[in-house]
Write a protein that binds this ligand. Structure first.
Ligand code: GLU
Length: 427
């Protein structure tokens, strides 16, 4: 973990640069560059051995001018207030970029859920909601899964909220299990959404997916479904980097003839870790964790955490790389954006390309509110339509003005949010 890295400063820097470019009003700039509400709190969790562990937790609302705050809750041992602030801000831009009527928020618990029993995880989830239930609600702030949190965690949280509120509120949280208010396709949505945008980009630049190879960082939900859809389109995944299950060290698992995604899925756990010994037995080369970005491929898909593509590692990226698909939130630092731009690498920016998850969360809320659920094909068709439409708008603006795609996406998002703020008369 690099200690001098501050994701919130990076998120503000990205915002400031675009605000300057579009000559955003000073008062609006000051308002939009910080969160509207921050909750920092502790959760006492009764452990199975009878002791109590107190965990630090956060819920941060960046902006709710366009609708209730929306965004996941991450479980990570290195979570910080600044990470959650940055992620909350990126959620505001994300929802605006795909034009769904939601604002931006994010939560986090400083923990390693891989080291907690099921009962401990349940008590932690319920404790999170107990601490901040007054600030949550279908019309206030709607959490969802994120790094290392899943549909079971969401259901415990919903149940705790409903128990406290004394009624049923399926719209209070998304990413719930199917059959319990969840939407078909939600599990796949973020990964598939990334590949829907990649598919359209490849179409625009005339590069068939079957002529490309990719390397992926991460093997959680997002990476798995991105890899599945990319290989279905004919692309070849040559490497996947993720944690080894027993020792929490990252490795790159490589098969230059192409990884079999279903086979890798069969040796991973629910938190996206792969058992190294099993990978070796299946014929994978096991390389250092950061070797994923030095592979001879056309496409890099960072699908893990922020701060991965930096000037320090930039020289290791192969000259063959043409596209970076930012499936993770904030994987590229602002000082590396200029290097990638000069090199002519096309970056599909995070808050555009990974917006499939929150788009499907929005569909989940709509279905929950109607208490009428769509079949999977309907969900995925609507998702592909929404993602492609958002991608086209960003791509066309970037072509028209000669802009880096991240800047084009920011322009669209900031304009939508500042318009909502102005119409409400806040600034
Ligand atoms: N955690 C996901 C994200 O970063 C999904 C958020 C949501 O569905 O609210 O986009």
């Amino acid at each position: 973990m690099k200690t001098n890295y501050n994701p919130f400063e990076n998120a503000q820097l990205q915002f400031d640069n675009v605000a300057e470019y579009i000559e955003l009003d000073g008062g609006m700039r000051e308002f939009l560059r910080q969160p509207m509400l921050e909750l920092h709190f502790t959760i006492p969790v009764k452990m199975d051995d009878g002791t109590t562990k107190t965990l630090q937790a956060y819920r941060i609302r960046h902006n709710d001018a366009r609708g209730p705050a929306k965004g996941g809750i991450r479980f990570h041992p290195h979570e910080t207030a600044d990470t959650v602030r940055a992620l909350a801000m990126w959620m505001t831009w994300k929802c605006a970029c795909v034009d769904i009527p939601l604002g931006g928020g994010k939560g986090g618990i400083v923990c390693d859920p891989r080291l907690l029993s099921k009962g401990e995880q349940e008590r932690m989830c319920r404790g999170y909601v107990r601490a901040i239930h007054k600030q949550l609600g279908p019309n206030e702030d709607v959490p969802a899964p994120d790094v290392m949190s899943n549909s079971q965690h969401m259901l415990w949280m919903m149940d705790e909220y409903e128990t406290i509120a004394g009624s049923r509120y399926p719209g209070v949280i998304t990413g719930k299990p199917v059959g319990m208010g969840g939407s078909l396709g939600r599990t796949e949505a973020t990964g598939y959404g990334c590949i829907y945008t990649l598919k359209d980009l490849l179409r625009q630049i005339g590069l068939p997916a079957k002529d490309t190879a990719a390397s992926i960082q991460g093997f959680g939900n997002v990476a798995e479904y991105a890899a599945r859809m990319y290989t279905d389109l004919g692309g070849k995944v040559v490497a996947v980097s993720c944690w080894n299950q027993p020792d929490s060290t990252a490795y790159t698992f490589r098969k230059t003839s192409g990884c079999d995604i279903a086979e890798l899925v069969s040796i991973k756990d629910v938190f996206g870790s792969i058992d190294k010994e099993k990978a070796l037995a299946l014929g994978y080369e096991v390389l250092p964790g950061d070797d994923w970005l030095a592979q001879d491929v056309d496409i890099l898909i960072p699908a893990a955490l922020e701060n991965q593509i930096t000037p320090a590692v930039f020289p290791r990226i192969s000259d063959r790389v043409k596209i970076i698909v930012e499936a993770a939130n904030g994987p590229t630092t602002p000082d590396c954006d200029s290097l990638l731009k000069d090199k002519g690498v096309i970056v599909l920016p995070d808050f555009l390309c990974n917006a499939g998850g929150v788009t499907c969360s929005y569909f989940e809320q709509v279905q929950s509110n109607m208490n009428y659920f769509w079949d999977k094909a309907e969900v995925l068709n609507k998702l592909e339509y929404g993602m492609t439409k958002a991608f086209r708008a960003v791509y066309e603006l970037s072509k028209e003005k000669g802009l880096y795609m991240r800047d084009a996406a920011y322009i669209i998002a900031i304009n939508r949010v500042s318009q909502a703020v102005k119409l409400r008369g806040w600034v």
